[in-house]
Design a protein around this ligand. Structure first.
Ligand code: DCP
Ligand code: MG
Length: 242
């Protein structure tokens, strides 16, 4: 159970270095293996900032982020990276082959594991369609693939590392509704035992989440399931209607 993947934010307040006012205030929640916690809120609410504290891209100014009961401030980044995969909002691809891009973070993965990850991420067919398959070249920044293909390659890259915790930052926004649905169904199976924290724009992406956190101006203003929030949260209702 030492590597279970329990994530806990405990009274976390965060300001960017040099900034006067915090972008996150008193954030507390727990996400356990097998659960999906979704974060929703308007642009600038602090969703990306919140995710960034787990892999220690930044550290809180108050409070603690814990991974399996240990403050992440006591873990080094390499150790966290083995257990936590972040799919960033602006998915990053570098100049090299598709294979290089997928192995980034886990160089010893087999080709079979790369294709398995691509299948789940709904990227199998477009990679297969490329003349050179896994050896096809990606331009710096992934400018020669579409935004949706970029997202799917970055999701596949995260899957290859087989982490205990997945952080998806708006990772499905460039996908059409049908691909989004297929991808999430496949992910649900593959990540069934993992801890999943997902930032989403579309409410349809998160209706099945075990817990939804409604973030507004750096604070969790409401939390609950989709059904609960429809009843109790005016902020959530606004997001649903928008
Ligand atoms: N911010 C900052 N410095 C950064 C990144 C963000 O000062 N390097 C500020 C801008 C916002 C606030 O922090 O006022 C929250 O930014 P987030 O990126 O965390 O917001 P979201 O992810 O919720 O917004 P979006 O939905 O647009 O991705
Ligand atoms: Mg963001």
């Amino acid at each position: 159970a030492a590597l279970a993947g329990v994530v806990e934010y405990r009274n976390v307040t965060f300001a960017y270095p040099g900034a006067e006012s915090p972008v996150l205030s008193n954030i507390s929640f727990t996400a356990r293996p097998g659960q999906t916690v979704a974060i929703i809120g308007s642009t600038g609410a602090g969703k990306t900032s919140l995710l960034s504290l787990l892999p220690r891209l930044y550290d809180p100014v108050e409070g603690e982020v814990l991974l399996d009961g240990v403050p992440v401030s006591r873990l080094d980044r390499a150790e966290i990276t083995k257990r936590v995969a972040l799919v960033p909002q602006r998915p990053y691809l570098f100049s090299g082959t598709i294979e290089h891009n997928l192995r980034f973070g886990k160089s010893e993965a087999t080709d079979r594991e790369l294709w398995d990850a691509l299948r789940v991420a709904q990227g199998e067919s477009f990679v297969r369609d490329k003349k050179n398959g896994l050896d096809a070249r990606i331009a710096q920044g992934g400018t020669n693939v579409s935004g949706g293909q970029r997202q799917r390659l970055c999701i596949a890259r995260a899957l290859v590392t087989k982490p205990r915790v997945y952080l998806f930052d708006d990772s499905f926004s460039a996908l059409d509704v049908a691909t989004d649905a297929r991808l999430r169904a496949a992910l649900k199976q593959t990540t069934a035992d993992a801890t999943v924290i997902i930032v989403a724009q579309r409410v349809s992406t998160i209706t099945e989440a075990d817990q939804i956190l409604v973030l507004d101006n750096g604070r969790i203003v409401d939390r609950g399931t989709h059904e609960e929030l429809l009843e109790t949260s005016p902020t959530y209702q606004e997001i649903v209607e928008s």
